[in-house]
Design a protein. Structure first.
Length: 95
């Protein structure tokens, strides 16, 4: 008769491998909310939402023409707000 059970060595190896995998996933799967990039993106998002732009933003005005129904031409003044950093470049267009 054959015995179909794990030995103590196989159990220890399985537990060690499982713990290494769990620790690896737990370290790299959660995002640190206090990271500098997260704080910067949150600050930029808040500035865009509240329309309180500081010196880091540049504003440009641009006139564009839109053709409606193949006949009507409409001119619109668009305000472009730009945030440009070494790693981040964002645009927001407002009418």
């Amino acid at each position: 008769m054959e015995k179909n059970s794990f030995t103590i060595l196989e159990t220890l190896i399985s537990c060690i491998l499982l713990s290494v995998i769990i620790i690896g996933f737990s370290k790299y799967s959660f995002y640190d909310n206090f990271d500098k990039e997260f704080i910067l993106l949150n600050k930029i998002d808040n500035s865009f939402n509240t329309k309180s732009y500081n010196k880091d933003f540049t504003k440009k005005f641009q006139k564009i023409s839109i053709i409606q129904n193949n006949s009507q031409e409409k001119d619109l003044l668009i305000k472009t707000i730009i945030y440009n950093d070494n790693r981040i470049k964002l645009f927001k267009y407002e009418l």
